[in-house]
Design a protein around this ligand. Structure first.
Ligand SMILES: [Zn+2]
Length: 71
């Protein structure tokens, strides 16, 4: 009667937990945050200055919604 099998699952579980915990992101990046400004609104193509991606919050939200549907 050996008890080797009982100790193995215990080790595996502790290793998995310590590896997985720090890698889990609590707030995933929105699609629009990885876009470069292109001089016009990414959603409605309205001309903008060179640092903005969207002309307003509504366009940013609309773009996010579309990005989630097309993922
Ligand atoms: Zn817009």
């Amino acid at each position: 009667m050996e008890t080797v099998q009982e100790s193995l699952p215990e080790k595996d579980a502790s290793v998995e937990a310590s590896v997985a915990a720090p890698l889990a992101p609590s707030t995933p990046l929105r699609a629009r945050h990885s876009l470069p400004p292109k001089g016009s609104c990414w959603y409605c193509e309205k001309p903008l200055d060179s640092v903005r991606r969207f002309c307003g919050k509504e366009c940013a939200d609309g773009f996010d919604e579309e990005a989630e549907f097309t993922r």
